[in-house]
Design a protein. Structure first.
Length: 71
């Protein structure tokens, strides 16, 4: 049985980088970035710079987690 919350946070665990070769921002998995495996998913270059974004604010979901009412 999969947990929607785990999938949600796994998908959100990405960092934003700016690729100077593609001249655009790309998303790289935080785990890969932490392992030093920085490469652009498009051009596979490593000329990337991390984009610092403001602290994430709480993003309200359109509906509550289905298991919330089971707690
Ligand atoms: Zn690129």
């Amino acid at each position: 049985m999969s947990t929607p919350a785990a999938a949600y946070f796994a998908a959100a665990a990405r960092k934003q980088y700016f690729c100077y070769q593609c001249n655009r921002t790309v998303l790289i998995a935080a785990a890969a970035a932490a392992a030093g495996e920085l490469s652009c998913p498009d051009c596979h270059g490593d000329f990337l710079e991390e984009v610092t974004v403001p602290a994430p604010t709480f993003i309200p979901l359109p509906f509550p987690f289905p298991f919330a009412r089971c707690v």
